[in-house]
Ligand binder design. Structure first.
Ligand code: FAD
Ligand code: NAD
Length: 403
């Protein structure tokens, strides 16, 4: 009998965790395992705010996929171009692939909600290359301000749209980076404006109010201004328009606009033959797609309801990695013709960094702020490396400056 083919799309947190667990559970006689990813490296999406601000290099945030896969896995560096779950065919820049079991882990894209001008004029922190672009764009604005004979200070204004975890973590890093940049480019720091624009009535909506207050106060000390309850309604090459009241709009000029105000799943799932909402698929309890017993969804392309809370689990690396473990086990069960397991999320809390030395977080039924929270964040980052690549990868790529 022909060995089944397991095809995993995407080497992010979800896809790579599925792979490293599959390679432990399934041997070469049992199945062929193929991993397709657009780069031959994995990047830590959870570190993109640091790459974007320029507080770490893009290389620090990535490592070769070859370092964590073994001979049981065939790696294909290719762009996935189409998925058809009815014909069981995946089209890629390296040719077509068929499968017996498919795992879709292609991550997220920015959601601009149809707001005019955002796609054209705002930057984002969605992958390692967009994050690098943010860093280089800011540096270019700063460098050209210094050289300009007639100076337009709005070149030194950075607007961050969205005060969710991504926006706040990015602003925290900028708080560390701006003084360095000003020194580098001979710019008086008071010329720089860091503005966070949030549509909701608070930053970090839904997070612990005491920790939210702490975050806001700490970022204000780093020079961040907040415009709260004022959605961005348009972006142009010059800046953004915000709505302050029903009829009251303001245009704010800026050299850099970073959109961190929402995400959706990868658009490829929308033409895959699977039912989706904002490119996310409401998975069954064993992480399979509805109606397709051979298709699993992992990470940000999966939509999973927290029945107790009556709202979806937020798309995070934490849940993506746990899903990857369950999916690997369930594929092994299917090969053995055994019943699959239900995915049960073990919520370990959340930590939001406010720069390299500060953070807020909830874990072990406690709240954390400051250096202890920041140390916890680094432990979380190191743990993710350890779970995929063991001690070797953690020592090579980990964050060890805890205090
Ligand atoms: P990803 O990890 O994004 O991986 C997707 C993979 O698919 C990538 O390797 C990509 O190259 C590949 N890919 C995409 N399209 C194609 C294609 N067409 N062809 C081939 N390959 C493709 N979550 C936490 O739990 N904790 C945190 O501290 C945290 N911090 C974050 C900080 C930032 C700045 C951001 C943006 C997110 C953060 N998150 C955090 C959320 C977390 O990063 C995501 O939920 C997580 O990355 C989702 O994992 P994934 O495997 O679905 O996608
Ligand atoms: P998000 O959806 O969580 O937050 C987006 C924010 O943008 C919201 O506060 C929203 O009110 C605001 N917004 C929406 N429209 C707007 C508009 N027109 N103008 C201004 N503001 C607007 O998105 P995110 O922060 O990118 O997070 C995405 C996911 O990644 C979440 O699940 C989050 O938990 C996770 N994440 C986790 C961490 C961490 O654990 N440290 C870090 C980053 C992201």
């Amino acid at each position: 009998m022909k060995r089944p083919t397991i095809l995993v799309l995407g080497a992010g947190y979800g896809g790579l965790t599925t792979i490293v667990n599959l390679q432990k559970l399934v041997n070469a006689n049992e199945a062929e395992i193929i991993l397709v990813n657009k780069n031959d490296y994995h990047y830590e999406t959870t570190w993109l705010h640091e790459v974007g601000a320029g507080t770490i290099s893009p290389d620090k945030a990535r490592y070769p996929i070859s370092k964590v896969i073994n001979h049981n896995v065939t790696f294909v560096k290719a762009n996935v171009e189409s998925i058809d779950v009815n014909t069981k065919l995946v089209g890629t820049s390296a040719g077509d692939f068929s499968y017996d079991y498919l795992v879709i882990g292609l991550g997220f894209e920015g959601e601009t909600f149809g707001i005019p001008g955002l796609k054209e004029h705002a930057l984002s922190l969605t992958n390692i290359n967009t994050a690098r672009q943010v860093r280089e764009h800011i540096e270019y604005q700063f460098a050209s301000w210094t050289l300009d004979e007639v100076k337009d200070d709005s070149k030194l204004t950075i607007i961050v749209g969205g005060a969710g975890f991504t926006g706040i973590e990015f602003l925290g890093e900028l708080g560390n980076r701006i003084p360095e940049l000003c020194k580098e480019f001979d710019i008086p720091q008071e010329k720089v404006r860091l503005l966070c624009v949030e549509a909701a009535s608070t930053v970090l909506p839904g997070f612990d109010p005491e920790l939210v207050d702490y975050a806001k106060a700490q970022l204000s000390k780093k020079g961040v201004e907040f415009s709260i309850g004022t959605p961005i309604v348009e972006a142009t090459a010059e800046g953004v328009k915000i709505r302050k009241d029903e009829e009251d709009f303001e245009f704010i000029k800026a050299g850099t606009v970073v959109w961190a105000a929402g995400i959706r799943g990868n658009a490829l799932v929308e033409s895959s033959g699977l039912e989706s909402n904002r490119a996310r698929i409401a998975v069954r309890e064993d992480m399979r797609a509805p109606g397709f017993d051979d298709v699993f969804i992992v990470g940000d392309c999966a939509f999973l309801l927290n029945e107790e809370a009556g709202r979806p689990y937020p798309p995070t690396a934490q849940i993506a990695m746990q899903q990857g473990v369950t999916i690997a086990k369930n594929i092994k069960h299917l090969i053995n013709e055994e019943p699959t397991e239900v995915f049960v999320y073990d919520d370990k809390g959340a930590v939001c960094s406010l720069g390299h030395e500060d953070a807020i977080g909830t874990a072990f039924d406690r709240k954390f702020t400051g250096k202890p929270a920041s140390a916890l964040k680094k432990v979380v980052d190191d743990r993710a490396l350890y779970l995929v690549g063991g001690v070797g990868l953690t020592l090579k790529k980990g964050k060890f400056k805890f205090l």
